[in-house]
Write a protein that binds this ligand. Structure first.
Ligand code: FES
Length: 148
Protein backbone atom coordinates (compact mmCIF):
# COMPACT_ATOMS: atom_id res chain seq x y z
CA UNK A 1 0.00 0.00 0.00
CA UNK A 2 2.80 2.38 0.93
CA UNK A 3 4.39 2.21 -2.54
CA UNK A 4 1.03 2.83 -4.15
CA UNK A 5 0.17 5.98 -2.26
CA UNK A 6 3.68 7.33 -1.61
CA UNK A 7 3.73 9.53 -4.74
CA UNK A 8 0.54 11.22 -3.50
CA UNK A 9 1.87 11.63 0.03
CA UNK A 10 5.14 13.11 -1.24
CA UNK A 11 3.39 15.63 -3.45
CA UNK A 12 1.98 17.53 -0.46
CA UNK A 13 3.65 19.32 2.45
CA UNK A 14 3.48 17.25 5.65
CA UNK A 15 0.97 19.57 7.25
CA UNK A 16 -2.45 19.08 8.68
CA UNK A 17 -3.88 21.33 5.96
CA UNK A 18 -2.77 18.75 3.39
CA UNK A 19 -4.89 16.05 4.97
CA UNK A 20 -8.10 16.62 3.01
CA UNK A 21 -6.47 16.88 -0.45
CA UNK A 22 -4.35 13.80 0.36
CA UNK A 23 -7.45 11.84 1.42
CA UNK A 24 -9.27 12.99 -1.72
CA UNK A 25 -6.43 11.89 -3.98
CA UNK A 26 -5.95 8.55 -2.27
CA UNK A 27 -9.67 7.88 -2.44
CA UNK A 28 -9.65 8.96 -6.09
CA UNK A 29 -6.99 6.35 -6.80
CA UNK A 30 -8.34 3.49 -4.67
CA UNK A 31 -12.08 4.25 -4.84
CA UNK A 32 -12.29 4.37 -1.02
CA UNK A 33 -10.04 4.73 2.02
CA UNK A 34 -9.03 1.28 3.23
CA UNK A 35 -7.66 1.05 6.76
CA UNK A 36 -4.17 0.22 5.48
CA UNK A 37 -4.10 3.47 3.52
CA UNK A 38 -5.37 5.49 6.48
CA UNK A 39 -2.60 4.01 8.66
CA UNK A 40 0.03 4.94 6.04
CA UNK A 41 -1.34 8.45 5.70
CA UNK A 42 -1.35 8.91 9.49
CA UNK A 43 2.26 7.74 9.81
CA UNK A 44 3.51 9.80 6.91
CA UNK A 45 1.69 12.99 7.92
CA UNK A 46 2.47 12.55 11.62
CA UNK A 47 -1.16 12.70 12.72
CA UNK A 48 -3.20 10.21 14.72
CA UNK A 49 -5.65 7.75 13.21
CA UNK A 50 -8.45 9.32 15.19
CA UNK A 51 -7.56 12.72 13.68
CA UNK A 52 -7.91 11.29 10.21
CA UNK A 53 -11.15 9.46 10.91
CA UNK A 54 -12.45 12.58 12.68
CA UNK A 55 -11.72 14.81 9.69
CA UNK A 56 -12.84 12.28 7.09
CA UNK A 57 -16.07 11.41 8.88
CA UNK A 58 -17.04 15.07 8.82
CA UNK A 59 -17.14 15.08 5.03
CA UNK A 60 -19.70 12.84 3.36
CA UNK A 61 -17.41 12.41 0.34
CA UNK A 62 -15.03 10.05 2.15
CA UNK A 63 -15.71 6.32 2.15
CA UNK A 64 -14.10 3.68 4.29
CA UNK A 65 -15.73 0.69 2.63
CA UNK A 66 -15.05 -0.59 -0.84
CA UNK A 67 -17.71 0.76 -3.15
CA UNK A 68 -19.60 -0.99 -5.92
CA UNK A 69 -18.62 -0.57 -9.54
CA UNK A 70 -21.78 1.51 -10.05
CA UNK A 71 -23.11 4.11 -7.68
CA UNK A 72 -26.91 4.21 -7.54
CA UNK A 73 -28.39 7.26 -5.86
CA UNK A 74 -32.08 7.79 -5.32
CA UNK A 75 -33.37 11.21 -4.35
CA UNK A 76 -35.54 11.38 -1.26
CA UNK A 77 -35.91 15.16 -1.23
CA UNK A 78 -39.32 16.79 -0.92
CA UNK A 79 -40.13 17.14 -4.63
CA UNK A 80 -39.04 13.57 -5.33
CA UNK A 81 -40.80 12.26 -2.23
CA UNK A 82 -44.07 13.88 -3.31
CA UNK A 83 -43.76 12.36 -6.77
CA UNK A 84 -43.00 8.81 -5.68
CA UNK A 85 -39.32 8.80 -4.71
CA UNK A 86 -40.07 6.37 -1.90
CA UNK A 87 -41.49 3.84 -4.36
CA UNK A 88 -38.43 4.26 -6.58
CA UNK A 89 -36.14 3.61 -3.62
CA UNK A 90 -38.17 0.53 -2.60
CA UNK A 91 -37.94 -0.85 -6.13
CA UNK A 92 -34.18 -0.27 -6.30
CA UNK A 93 -33.73 -1.95 -2.89
CA UNK A 94 -35.77 -4.89 -4.09
CA UNK A 95 -33.87 -5.16 -7.37
CA UNK A 96 -30.37 -5.10 -5.92
CA UNK A 97 -31.28 -6.44 -2.47
CA UNK A 98 -29.38 -3.92 -0.36
CA UNK A 99 -30.23 -0.94 1.84
CA UNK A 100 -28.94 2.62 1.34
CA UNK A 101 -25.34 2.85 2.53
CA UNK A 102 -24.63 -0.73 1.46
CA UNK A 103 -22.82 -2.37 -1.43
CA UNK A 104 -23.89 -5.60 -3.09
CA UNK A 105 -21.73 -8.63 -2.15
CA UNK A 106 -20.41 -8.81 -5.74
CA UNK A 107 -19.35 -5.13 -5.52
CA UNK A 108 -21.45 -4.26 -8.53
CA UNK A 109 -23.73 -1.60 -6.98
CA UNK A 110 -23.61 0.76 -4.05
CA UNK A 111 -26.84 2.43 -3.01
CA UNK A 112 -27.28 5.87 -1.50
CA UNK A 113 -30.13 8.08 -0.45
CA UNK A 114 -29.70 11.71 -1.51
CA UNK A 115 -31.54 14.74 -0.11
CA UNK A 116 -31.82 16.66 -3.42
CA UNK A 117 -29.93 16.54 -6.70
CA UNK A 118 -31.08 20.02 -7.64
CA UNK A 119 -33.10 18.57 -10.50
CA UNK A 120 -36.49 18.77 -8.79
CA UNK A 121 -38.31 19.51 -12.08
CA UNK A 122 -37.39 15.96 -13.10
CA UNK A 123 -38.69 14.37 -9.91
CA UNK A 124 -38.51 11.57 -8.99
CA UNK A 125 -34.84 11.32 -9.80
CA UNK A 126 -32.35 8.47 -9.75
CA UNK A 127 -28.67 8.84 -10.67
CA UNK A 128 -26.43 5.98 -11.73
CA UNK A 129 -22.80 7.08 -11.72
CA UNK A 130 -23.12 10.44 -13.47
CA UNK A 131 -26.24 9.75 -15.52
CA UNK A 132 -29.41 11.40 -14.27
CA UNK A 133 -32.70 9.57 -14.81
CA UNK A 134 -35.71 11.81 -14.30
CA UNK A 135 -39.45 11.24 -14.03
CA UNK A 136 -38.72 7.74 -12.89
CA UNK A 137 -41.34 5.05 -12.68
CA UNK A 138 -40.94 1.75 -10.87
CA UNK A 139 -40.88 -0.38 -14.08
CA UNK A 140 -38.00 1.79 -15.37
CA UNK A 141 -35.80 0.88 -12.40
CA UNK A 142 -35.21 -2.70 -13.52
CA UNK A 143 -34.60 -1.66 -17.14
CA UNK A 144 -32.11 1.02 -16.20
CA UNK A 145 -30.21 -1.16 -13.74
CA UNK A 146 -29.99 -3.89 -16.38
CA UNK A 147 -27.87 -1.51 -18.51
CA UNK A 148 -25.11 -1.61 -15.93
S1 FES B 1 -35.96 16.79 -4.42
FE1 FES B 1 -35.17 15.30 -5.78
S2 FES B 1 -33.99 16.46 -7.15
FE2 FES B 1 -34.70 17.92 -5.74
Amino acid sequence: MREKILPILQSYPRKRESLIPVLQEVQGMLGYLPEEAVVEIAQFMGVSLSDIYGVASFYAQFRFQRQGQYSVKVCQGTACHVRGGTRIMSEVKQQIDIEPGQTTPDYKYSLERVACFGACALAPVMVVDKTVYGRMTTPQVKKILARY
